[in-house]
Design a protein around this ligand. Sequence first.
Ligand code: NAD
Ligand code: ZN
Length: 239
Amino acid sequence: MRSKIEKLAQFIEESKKTVVMTGAGMDTESNIPDFRSQGGLWYQVDPTKVATVEALEGNYPLFHDFYTARIKNMENVKPHEGHYALAELEEKGYLKSIATQNISGLHAMAGNKNVYELHGNIRKIKCNDCGTRHSLEDFLDKKSCNKCGSHALRPDIVLFGELLPTDTWDRAIRDVENSDLFIVIGTSLQVSPVNQMPYIARGRTIYINMERARGYNFDLEIIGKAGEVLVGLKEVLSI
Ligand code: NAD
Ligand code: ZN
């Protein structure tokens, strides 16, 4: 593992434009469960069936319960050392941006400035029908929209069956295309279109994850915990 982290450090030092992409595995060391290791623990349902437009429109009570539980679960979470390491990399000029699938907001909380929240942010609430912003409390209290009367307040996140925010996606893709080093951290690469990013990157690619992903050809794979690898990286780079 150490020699792989040294290789990672070398790649970063040689790169002029490094871009990171993260998934749920980046946050598990902050005690936010990921999807695939989860096994439908919440309400015995598959999150990929509840985090959907169908559930929002067809079974709002279930949708609301599910997101209430997720919001509560993320209430007191804090970034871990790995998030802070990424913030330091950006501050020291080693890192251009982070594109994240996570809706936790932990990268920004750790201090990263250039973060593309590709799937939105769970603490931001909007009306599903007219888009008006609401407070988190309005959502938790099951309030209706004060603009249009809709009962469907929801987190401003990308549900299965919805498109990613175009502007954020376009800017992230441009960074990935123009990167000479693209580092993928803590994602099973099963969710589209984000799982296309490694194919779009033209420079070196690195995968840091607890398990291997099939169908990709990374220049370097580090099988391990995101937090441990990033702390190790900080040490090697002496930052
Ligand atoms: P996923 O659950 O499909 O995959 C997570 C991957 O991370 C797995 O391969 C797992 O082995 C790995 N992993 C777990 N802990 C790790 C660690 N400490 N270090 C390194 N790797 C680790 O998650 P995904 O690919 O991000 O896709 C799930 C979807 O669900 C995304 O669209 C995302 O928006 C959403 N989601 C977000 C959060 C969050 O915001 N933290 C949590 C769960 C799900
Ligand atoms: Zn409304």
